[in-house]
Write a protein that binds this ligand. Structure first.
Ligand SMILES: [Zn+2]
Length: 359
């Protein structure tokens, strides 16, 4: 038994390396890919840092007791690995320039800010959210971007099998919250119909509540996807992100439990490079950028980015601007002329002096 486990682990380790190399070559990804082994769940974890370097953590002894039996262990591991590395690379983009969100500027302008506007207008606060270092607004942003890359990967891999293996394990044995269900269903509807092999792995997690299905249907019809052939291609085109991310936030935020916001969290594939938006130094830079573009655009009014608390944004801005404020000062100190006063003592004169003059 020990030998069998060893073999499976070795087999998966070699296979993972091969899959990563193949995917890098195919997508012409030039950044580093670091692979580490782990033993805890979820078995597959990854992140791309600043759209450059990828770090993967994979459990090569991948326990897959919950998966359907007509998929071999090897096939499940390979499909999940291919999806994982593809997912991370696609956050930057593939050889055709398809991906989501590609870079920080696009992410902020076309996804994070529109989503923040929708959520703020609905009175949903930007609180720390879940266990992956997100706030609610960056979590929604990550969710949207993951839809984009998962659907592209499923289109190009020819099936959603890898995607299903990953998200099946993330859900675990339990039924899931409406946000998770809508997230999975939207992706199933965006993948080509012929590529849906593996989606049945996820059906057992669904509740099929009316409200969830309504949010999914509304997103699909309001976005116009019913009439679009290459849905993954449309989703990965940045020209459509402002509109899509707005509709996404409008529809999916209806599924948040307003009394218990944290209950709507579920773990996303990969860590969270969006945590950098919560770093005070990054927020300072972004506030100044927003100020400069308002000035350049002639709008004259600076509005702090909605995902940064107003007071922090203004503080950052004032700190920066203070350095450039010109203050008129003299280059030397003024001389002050003062008369020289004579100080001395004399004996008290009983006839002339009053008692107050006694010292
Ligand atoms: Zn991701």
């Amino acid at each position: 038994m020990a030998k069998k486990t060893q073999n499976k682990q070795e087999r998966n380790k070699d296979s993972l390396k091969e899959i990563v190399d193949k995917e890098r070559a195919k997508t012409r990804f030039t950044g580093d890919v670091k692979i580490e082994e782990k033993s805890s769940r979820p078995s597959f974890d990854g992140i791309i840092y600043r759209f450059q370097n990828v770090s993967l953590k994979v459990n090569c002894s991948y326990p897959r007791s919950v998966l359907r039996h007509d998929i071999s262990d090897g096939e499940a591991f390979d499909s999940a690995s291919e999806h994982l590395i593809g997912h991370e690379i696609l956050h930057k983009g593939n050889e055709k320039g398809e991906g989501c969100p590609k870079n920080e500027d696009l992410e902020m302008r076309t996804i994070l800010i529109p989503i923040s506007k929708v959520l703020a207008s609905k009175g949903i606060p930007n609180i720390p959210f879940g266990s992956q270092g997100h706030t609610l607004y960056t979590y929604f942003t990550n969710l949207f971007e993951d839809v984009g890359v998962n659907v592209l990967k499923a289109r190009d891999a020819g099936s959603v099998l890898g995607f299903s293996c990953l998200y099946d394990e993330m859900a675990g044995e339990k039924k899931v919250n409406p946000m998770y269900e809508a997230f999975i269903k939207i992706q199933a509807l965006l993948a080509p119909r012929k590529n849906l092999r593996g989606i049945s792995l996820l059906k057992k997690h669904f509740h099929n509540d009316k409200k969830t299905n309504k949010a999914v249907r509304n997103f699909m019809s309001r976005s116009g996807f019913d009439k679009i052939e290459d849905k993954a291609g449309y989703f990965s085109n940045e020209a459509n992100w402002e509109k899509l991310s707005t509709i996404f936030a409008e529809e999916l935020s209806d599924l948040l439990d307003k009394q218990d916001l944290q209950s709507s969290f579920f773990i996303l594939l990969g860590g969270n490079d969006l945590a950098r938006y919560n770093d005070p130094l990054v927020q300072e830079g972004l506030s100044i950028k927003a100020y400069n573009s308002a000035k350049k655009g002639g709008q004259g009014v600076f509005t702090p980015p909605l995902f940064i608390p107003n007071n922090l944004s203004l503080l950052a801005l004032y700190r920066k601007l203070a350095k450039n404020i010109q203050v008129k000062t003299a280059s030397h100190s003024e001389k002050v002329e003062m008369p020289v006063a004579y100080i001395d003592k004399r004996k008290f004169d009983l006839r002339k002096d009053t008692l107050e003059q006694l010292t």
